[in-house]
Design a protein around this ligand. Structure first.
Ligand code: EPU
Length: 419
């Protein structure tokens, strides 16, 4: 297994292009289950998670070609309606096939995802909503088994705005008979991106981006060609990289409108930020001011940027409180950051971060995707060498990140693991 080796201290300068959004590509690929035919998606990032959803669809009988960020899939001959444990345990987002399978095949058998490093992550909102649409659901032997003679539009109130839950229900409802109203839905840009593709396929969805989505069921859909939106979390990670290393980065092919809360917070830390239509220029300005953040569903501060922002605060001038309100256990990076000299104390869902003048390079362990990104950022600013183990977490969600950082001037490389 590979490791990432970083020698800290270089400011990052230059230009970088952001990849397509993993969390938009995953539901959009799952949506191809809804109708047989050939779909083509551009700007699909080359990630382990994309390979995982590809494997799920291949097992169902789809044909896939994926090269140069073009993902082409033919779902004309789907014969299976199952996402087995061996796939779902690798990637929880495999649950996204549940809604579209029910809509097209009227049957689905999907392994229960279970928890992961950042929380228990139940899916009862997905299941309750599907029952409301008319599905019969049983849980047996670690699997969700769902069937429906017919899905019928109805009114559904989510207890909380779950992202993949909203996506699953939207996909289930597009072919249902009549109108579905989904209340208290998530408003993430990736949900809008999925709705845009579904509408292009012939669906009738409105209200996306607000807290109620209306879906008028249609009789049929058709395959499409579409482009995946830019990854706002990768963009944010580059922004923090410029701020923390006192560098200057011009980020191309991004969507500043999706990052308003982060941009506001980074400006308060002292960074200079200039946004254009599809680019952001960010210049670090040390010393870094301490700023408090609370993660919230979109348009609040993204939980997927919490770990990276915490690293910035760990070398800021002063004291900040970072509150995690989306996942119950998303501070697992803290113990590794402490080993690098960060002064962070956790109390419940709050992390108290006292800025230190310097982090020191150390061997550390990646524990989840965004935690891995935070350790890279810490390594780039730490004195000496940082060796990050278990980088497969990173490969799940960042497309060639070490190459992109290296081009910006970081001393970073992927090496075979030391025993
Ligand atoms: N929740 C429930 N019941 C449910 C569904 C969710 O209690 O039925 C809880 C979760 O346990 C969590 C909160 O609601 O505490 C929000 O979870 P949500 O369902 O919104 O998360 P998700 O859909 O599983 C997506 C992203 C995550 C991102 C979160 C929050 C994808 C494939 N994943 O997960 O991305 O952190 O939304 O924005 O879209 C990542 O990319 O690193 C990542 C973890």
């Amino acid at each position: 297994m590979d490791e990432i080796l970083i020698n800290g201290g270089n400011p990052l300068n230059g230009e970088v292009t952001v990849s397509g959004a993993k969390n938009a590509a995953l539901p959009i690929i799952a949506a191809t289950i809804l109708v047989g035919g050939r779909f083509t998606f551009h700007n699909v990032p080359a990630l382990k998670d994309i390979e995982s959803i590809q494997e799920v669809l291949l097992d169902m009988g789809a044909e896939v070609e994926f090269h140069d960020n073009i993902f082409s899939i033919d779902t004309g001959n789907l014969s299976h309606f199952e996402a087995p444990y061996e796939h779902v345990r690798k990637m929880r987002a495999s649950i996204l096939v549940l809604g579209p399978l029910l809509a097209r095949m009227k049957r689905a058998r999907v392994s229960l995802p279970g928890g992961c490093a950042i929380g228990a992550r139940p899916i009862e909102q997905h299941l309750n909503g599907l029952s409301r649409l008319g599905a019969e659901i049983t849980l047996a032997h670690g699997y969700v088994e769902a069937s429906a003679k017919k899905l019928r539009g109805t009114e559904i109130y989510l207890d909380l705005p779950t992202v993949t839950g909203t996506e699953n229900l939207m996909m289930a409802a597009v072919l249902a008979e009549g109108r579905t109203l989904l209340h208290n839905v998530a408003r993430e840009p990736e949900i809008t991106a999925l709705a845009d593709v579904l509408n292009l396929m012939g669906a009738d969805i409105s209200g996306v981006g607000s807290s109620t989505i209306t879906i008028n069921g249609v009789k049929e859909l058709h395959p499409v060609t579409a482009t995946i939106i830019p990854d706002r979390i990768e963009t944010g990670t580059f922004m923090v990289a410029a701020a923390i290393t006192n560098g200057e980065i011009l980020i191309h092919e991004c969507q500043p409108a999706h990052l308003k809360e982060l941009i506001l917070k980074l400006k308060k830390t002292g960074a200079d930020i200039e946004c254009r239509d599809k680019s952001i220029r960010i210049k670090g300005n040390h010393p870094i001011n301490s700023v408090d953040v609370k993660t919230m569903p979109y348009p609040g501060f993204p939980t997927d940027m919490q770990a990276q922002f915490m690293v910035l605060m760990s070398v800021a001038n002063g004291f900040s409180v970072i509150s995690e309100n989306v996942f119950e256990n998303r501070f697992i990076h803290v113990s590794e950051l402490r080993r690098m000299g960060a002064d962070i104390t956790i109390s419940g869902s709050h992390a108290m971060v006292r800025g230190v003048s310097e982090l020191s390079g150390a061997p550390v362990m990646a524990t989840d995707l965004r935690a891995s990104a935070s350790l890279i950022l810490a390594g780039m600013v730490a004195k000496g060498t940082t060796r990050i183990k278990r980088v497969y977490h990173l490969d799940r969600g960042y497309d060639a990140i070490e190459k992109k950082f290296s081009r910006l001037g970081a001393s970073i490389k992927r090496v075979p693991a030391q025993s």
